[in-house]
Design a binder for this molecule. Sequence first.
Ligand code: PHE
Length: 344
Amino acid sequence: MENTIEKIKQEALKEIENINSLKTLDEVKNKYLSRNSELNNLKKSLKDLPNDKKPVIGSLLNKVSAELNSLIEQKFSVFYEKELNEKLLKEKIDITKDASYIPLGNVHPLTKTVNEIVEIFNLLGFSLIESELSPEVEVEKFNFDLLNFPIEHPAKDMQDTFYCKSAKNVVLRSQTSNAQVRQMISSKPPIKIISPGRVYRNESVSARKNNLFHQIEGLYVDKNVTMAQLKGVLNEFIRLYFGSSRPTRYRSSFFPFTEPSVEIDVQCIMCKGKGCPVCSNTGWLEILGAGMVDPNVLEAVDIDPNVYSGFAFGMGVERLTMLKYAIDDIRLFFNNDERFLKQF
Ligand code: PHE
């Protein structure tokens, strides 16, 4: 027994000598001093020894354990300090370095406009639609058919649509009006929602037009909703959005899903109405389309047009931003030029 203990001790001394990190120290400590160590197993078997041997072997075992433990502790303080110093050196912070330049991003002007408009309509009692009711990749049924676009009708060409090659009837939505239909299918009146999002049209890109742009759709359906309320809401929106009053005009228009329909123009801020390339020399820029929801649309989503009426509108976010800040080229919003974006 004494020999076995001595052998273990010699082995342990050699391993302790070779410890070179806290990690190896842990391994050695575990091997020789843990509950499952050989020395501890020997302690457990003391009870099987003859009575006169018990105290001798017992105290030898305790002595060796204590000796090994104290050697390991010594090693610990050496390596603990060494590793701590290495760590501190590696994580040293250079407090003399210049910290004055912290490049901060800011909110994109289009996002800023959307946030502002959403806030205005919240004030007017409209709430934001769930995003799953406003998908950008859409089936024709929601982008056109349920909005009273006659199937195979040139009206669909009004909004040069991107069709998906591999999936039949799938389009990149050409308008946020798909959200109207989805909302009316998922809940019944009173409905008073707005829904901002991206839309796509296959148009040639110019200072006025991009083939990706943003719209905000609004829909109010309830009993006794009138055109006068539509005008009241949109006039209030224009007043709150532009701050001071801006020359504005209503023009009668046509959309398959509203009847009657109007478009609202705001005087071009670039030329103050005199005519310039941005407004195609008309002095006006169209900011939104609107109208009373066509009874056919209500019927198609199972809302009784004899009981309910509604109005809808869809506004162009880029145009509204251009008109507020006198930005004369829509492409600036998409170029990610820091000199432009920094100004907002
Ligand atoms: N969706 C129409 C467009 O993109 C705008 C609109 C929305 C018109 C709602 C009337 C009602 O041109």
